[in-house]
Write a protein that binds this ligand. Sequence first.
Ligand code: LFR
Length: 480
Amino acid sequence: ARVKAYAAVDLGASSGRVMVGRVGPDSLELTEAHRFPNRPVRTPEGLRWDVLGLYAGMLDGLRAAGRVDSVGIDSWAVDYGLLDADGALLGNPVHYRDSRTEGVAEKVWATVPAEELYAATGLQYAPFNTLYQLTAASHSAQLAHAERLLLIPDLLTYWLTGEQGTELTNASTTQLVDPRTRDWSYDLASRLGIDLHLFAPLRQPGDPAGLLRAEVLEETGLTGPVPVTAVGSHDTASAVAAVPADGERFAYICTGTWSLAGLELDAPVLTEESRAANFTNELGLDGTVRYLRNIMGLWLLQECVRAWGEPELGALLPAAGQVPALRSVVDAGDAAFLAPGRMPERIAEACRASGQPVPVSPAEVTRCILDSLALAHRRAIDEAQRLADHPVDVVHVVGGGTRNALLCQLTADACGLPVVAGPAEAAALGNVLVQARTHGLVGDLGDGRRLLTRTQPLTRYEPRGDAARWREAEARLTDG
Ligand code: LFR
């Protein structure tokens, strides 16, 4: 049988890449065609995405990819572009770390209390959920002129094919979808005065999303027809699809700018306890629910590295490994770390405020961050198992953080469970698997996962005892 080639466009908060997955009956090989930076831009209006730069990077990547049988796009969630009646983009998409949503949630809760919002959507509170962004923008000229809202991967798909849709996994991060019906929450939208006609019709992962336009073929040198396939267009949905797990008794942590730590479930958990613990119920492939918590992730380290003038991680991580463990920890789930800037100082302030030694050198701060992330991973996985009544035997770590051996080992230690680390390019692989499935090359979610287990390099980390030290560190954050 012929091996098919799929282009997976995967856009993260700090870089984008076009990967090519070559899939045969029992083979899957992923190569990188092109990688490009994703640099947010601070304009006089606030923090914005350079979406034209991303589009250009994607076209460069497709040109470098060469002959492909289909293209799929995934990216970070919640953000969107607005189109006017001519289909033209209105302004630069706003970055989810922009400050416009400060204090907005309280206004929404005055109309629909937070408890009801959770019961209806299952979405954790995050200031940047699309619902709060739309509320923040409700009096803007742009929104007044908008006929259509397209989430980032749907916007780029539209530019490639001319066809509009709203892919479901990413739609679930808007806080306007009911995770039980997997359709819009019509009642909620009408109570909040949000016109759902702004959104293009829902698409399921695997649905066709059009053909590359003639101009795109010309610009990329590809020969048509080349279909674009809707994938799990939320990067985390694609990454979870590529967790090389066997059975159901597993937890996952998708690591990168964020750590998304939780479980794959058949049904949402909408209890008040779950809301209070700030777990989200985002939608995954094949009727699954991604029950997880957002943890600040390697963003904390990325921002410090930026502040320190970009030292080499190759030297910083071993130095952090030499610093005594768990001297100081911060709450890596705290939204106080969301905004960019002054990160080493903010971490030092958090340590001081909780009466812990203040980390000073880059190695000390890095150690504090990695210990804090491992601790947040532990808390999320413990609480998810309890709240969902879904015990696990193993933690799968996927995404960029798998390259950080210290973080993987500390996570195993903190969770008291074995960690299986890999694949690093999980989002791209999940993207490829959904495309391959539309061609009948792989079967269901379990099939794709078995293919990954057979073909992708994975590293196992066993927990090293001393659970008491992690419990003590956890108490430092929860007792204060
Ligand atoms: C990870 C991610 C998270 C989402 C955050 C903001 O890349 O998609 O799942 O909460 O970015 O969109």
